[in-house]
Design a protein. Structure first.
Length: 164
């Protein structure tokens, strides 16, 4: 089931679309967040989507927007994807990756690579259906804020994690 417009609005609230030049989306799925990002982004911003499921990656690749690049890859390959595109660091990473159901080692690797790809002051935005990741994110980021949206099925927790 795609994310509700309420969850998407809450998820994208921390993004300053006027100044952002590079955004990453992890776990693009059906593209509902992707399409909203593209609607809100400035013409000079670029969106890199990383999707592990081939069918979803193919569907997102069909979105016709020159500011979008879609990669069929695992989130752990983000650094390689960005290096291949000549991108050193990004302003925002928006993640729909279901960290809480992944193996701890894989989830930790994803968190490590995302943190390493953000510019200083960059923001990692992750949603889950439980606040169980708060401790792990607090250990990694200078500033972690927790938000909620009840107008989604199921209700979701949004983490906003800012790098030092």
């Amino acid at each position: 089931m795609p994310s509700s417009r309420f969850l998407i609005d809450r998820l994208l609230r921390p993004i300053d679309f006027a100044t952002a030049t590079s955004i990453v989306e992890l776990g693009a799925g059906t593209g509902c967040i992707t399409k909203t990002l593209l609607k809100r982004m400035s013409p000079r911003c670029h969106l890199t989507c990383v999707e592990v499921e081939e069918e979803f990656a193919r569907a997102c690749s069909e979105i016709d927007d020159a500011r979008l690049t879609v990669h069929h890859a695992c989130a752990t390959d983000l650094r390689k994807v960005l290096e291949g595109a000549g991108i050193a660091e990004v302003d925002y990473i928006v993640s729909s990756v279901p960290l809480s159901i992944l193996d701890d080692e894989l989830a930790d690797e994803i968190l490590e690579v995302t943190q390493s790809c953000l510019r200083s002051g960059g923001t990692f935005i992750q949603y889950q259906y439980s606040p169980s990741y708060l401790g792990k994110l607090n250990a990694r980021y200078e500033d972690v804020r927790l938000g909620f949206t009840l107008r989604n099925i199921p209700p979701a927790v949004v983490y906003e994690c800012v790098t030092a």
